[in-house]
Every structure is written in structure tokens, then in C-alpha cells.
Unconditional design. Structure first.
Length: 107
């Protein structure tokens, strides 16, 4: 069975995207591999690495399980990010990160 090992996001808003994902609970470290650009990396449960690189924003969707949905949504709201509830019968919050990517949160 294949296993996801990393996700790479590109952005022109490194600090803003970092702050958004830190509010979700990720902790980043600065990295640089060889002649490549400086970037940020955070390791999620299960060993998957999320990297944020400078550059043209790419779209996509992420699903992130958090320890406390209420606390996470409160931190994001304090930063100005409001969740959307796309299906009232199955209320799963979706927040768009600073580049417009959908981030589906669960607890």
C-alpha cells in the first residue's frame, strides 16, 4: 500500500501561510537542501512532511486532523479566517488558507 511522505505548497506569502498552518497546530523549521531555496518544513503525525516553498501559489486541498477543532477554529478566527460549512447534515469545517487552498479540518 503506498504511503504519503510529503506535501509541498508554493506561495508568495511565506509568513502568512506559515502563521495559518501554525494556528492549525503545525510547528515549522527552516530548511535548505543543497542549492535549493530556503523553505519551511513541519512533520505531521505519521511522519508526513508539509513543506512551504517560495514561489507561485499552487492550488489543492489538504485534510488535517487536529486535537481540538474548537480551539483550532478559534485560533484561525482570531487571524481572520472563517470556516465554511459546506454540508449542514455533515458539518465538516473547511477553511481557505491565504492562497485559497481548501483545508478540511477534523478532530
Amino acid at each position: 500500500m503506498p504511503k504519503l511522505t510529503f506535501i509541498v505548497l508554493s506561495t508568495h506569502q511565506m509568513d502568512t501561510v506559515r502563521t495559518f498552518f501554525e494556528a492549525v497546530g503545525l510547528a515549522f523549521v527552516a530548511e535548505k537542501h543543497g542549492a535549493g531555496p530556503k523553505h519551511l518544513a513541519a512533520t505531521l503525525a505519521g511522519g508526513v512532511v508539509l513543506e512551504i516553498y517560495p514561489g507561485f501559489p499552487n492550488r489543492g486541498q489538504l485534510g488535517i486532523q487536529v486535537a481540538s477543532l474548537t480551539k483550532t477554529l478559534d485560533r484561525l478566527a482570531a487571524l481572520g479566517f472563517s470556516p465554511l460549512i459546506e454540508n449542514p447534515r455533515r458539518p465538516i469545517p473547511v477553511v481557505h488558507d491565504p492562497d485559497g487552498r481548501r483545508v478540511v479540518l477534523s478532530e
